[in-house]
Structures are given as structure tokens and as C-alpha cells.
Design a protein around this ligand. Structure first.
Ligand code: 13P
Length: 233
């Protein structure tokens, strides 16, 4: 599609998607043709990275444009094979405007090793994200995979897909990327601690409760999986 026909909003979001792709690649959250990134426009249509491309090296005209059924609405590039993950997230969360799917190595390794990222261990994460739930394995590129995350999307902005990768939801692209950054940093700390001490120990319930109480004072209103339990009980 010709750049001249883009609105200011579309041009800005296409550029931002490319920037987040480069950041994700530079930070090793994706390699090769991994990952996909999307943003919801004010008219309800979705801009999303094209399938099979290296997302660290995209140009704005290579970003695909689809409607909420995943159908291309111009003659541009073919959308991500994982567009279903994005559509389910936007369906369930009207507040979400951007999504990153990546393969952050420590976080994915933790799901393969069976280490529970929902465990409350790090104060900063307890207060913000809460915990990081993991969806059961789903076959990539099929309609089965988006359904594995549907319930988690309702109660969390940050989640893992078993043996596969992360999904982070945001009010904008940088917000979704920030949560990916926080997720992999958390997983790395927990990985190091797990190796060093031979396992992980949750903070005592009383301390977790006190930290969750500080959320209101700090003005933090994000969805928190330790507060809402994320259907995990
Ligand atoms: P796409 O290039 O089709 O978006 O697939 C990348 C990926 O990471 C699938 O999980």
C-alpha cells in the first residue's frame, strides 16, 4: 500500500511496529522470523507484522492490515500465521491496543522446565503483573492455539504459551513491549535463582498480601494475577 494513502495514525503505528520489532530482535526476544507484533487502530482494524519475515528488519510498507476476522483489507503483505492470538486478545480486551508475541529464551525455557512463573517471588512483579500464568500447549498456526490463551487474556496482560512463547498486551505498543521486557528479565532472575539454590521459594503469603495492598496507594490499576487469581485456583 502506498505510504501517501496512510492516515497519520496508520503511518505512526506502522513505524512503531517496525521499531518494536527491531528492539525485540536486538534484545534477543526473537531470532530469525520469530514473533509477531500488532496494533489496533481507532477504526477497529489491526496492523500486524507479515508472516515469515524477520521482524527486526521490517519497513512500514511491509506491515499487514486486517479486519477483526483476520481478513486482509488491502492488497498488502500476508498477515502473521498467529493472527488468531492477536484477534482473541483484542476480542476479549477492548482496553488493549497493542500486542507482542515473542520467544524470550529464559521465559520459554522455564515453561519447558516446568518452573511456575506464577509463583510470587519478586516484589516489583508482585505489585505490577502479579504472576505470569502459562497456557497449556497448543499447536502453532492452528485455531487451537488462540483458544488456549482466551481465559488468561481476561485476567492478565502477560502470559506464556507452553513450550512456545510469550504474549504481552498493552495500552500501546511501547506498553506491550515494556511487559515483554519485564517478563524476560523476571524469568532470567528466577532462572538464575533456580539454578543457584536448586528451586524457588515463594515469598510468605502475608508479605504478598501487604505488597498487593500497596497497589492502590501507588495508583497501580493494571490486571494482577495474584489479586484476581486468574482462574488458577
Ligand atoms: P509469523 O512469521 O507467521 O508471525 O510466525 C512467527 C512465530 O513466531 C510463530 O509463532
Amino acid at each position: 500500500m502506498a505510504a501517501a494513502r496512510w492516515t497519520d495514525e496508520e503511518a505512526r503505528l506502522r513505524t512503531a511496529i517496525c521499531r518494536i520489532g527491531k528492539l525485540s530482535y536486538d534484545r534477543n526476544y526473537i531470532v530469525g522470523a520469530d514473533g509477531n507484533i500488532s496494533a489496533r487502530m481507532a477504526d477497529g482494524t489491526i496492523l500486524i507484522t507479515p508472516t515469515g519475515a524477520m521482524k527486526g528488519f521490517l519497513e512500514p510498507h511491509q506491515v499487514a492490515h486486517v479486519d477483526m476476522t483476520g481478513r486482509a483489507i488491502d492488497d498488502g503483505p500476508k498477515p502473521s500465521s498467529e493472527v488468531g492470538i492477536h484477534l482473541v486478545s483484542y476480542q476479549e480486551r477492548p482496553d488493549v491496543k497493542a500486542i507482542c508475541h515473542a520467544h524470550p529464551p529464559h521465559a520459554v525455557a522455564m515453561t519447558i522446565a516446568g518452573v511456575d512463573l506464577q509463583m510470587p517471588v519478586i516484589p516489583e512483579i508482585i505489585v505490577t503483573i502479579g504472576g505470569i500464568p502459562t497456557a497449556p500447549f497448543g499447536t502453532p498456526g492452528t485455531s487451537e492455539l488462540p483458544e488456549t490463551i482466551r481465559d488468561l487474556v481476561r485476567c492478565s496482560d502477560v502470559m506464556m504459551m507452553q513450550n512456545h512463547g510469550s504474549v504481552t498486551l498493552g495500552a500501546n505498543l511501547m506498553d506491550a513491549y515494556k511487559k515483554l521486557d519485564m517478563l524476560e528479565h523476571t524469568a532470567k532472575i528466577l532462572w538464575l535463582a533456580h539454578v543457584a539454590r536448586g528451586g524457588l521459594e515463594p515469598l510468605p503469603e502475608e508479605d504478598v498480601r501487604k505488597m498487593l495492598e500497596t497497589r492502590a496507594q501507588l495508583g497501580i490499576t493494571t490486571r494482577n494475577t495474584l489479586e484476581n487469581r486468574c482462574g488458577l485456583e
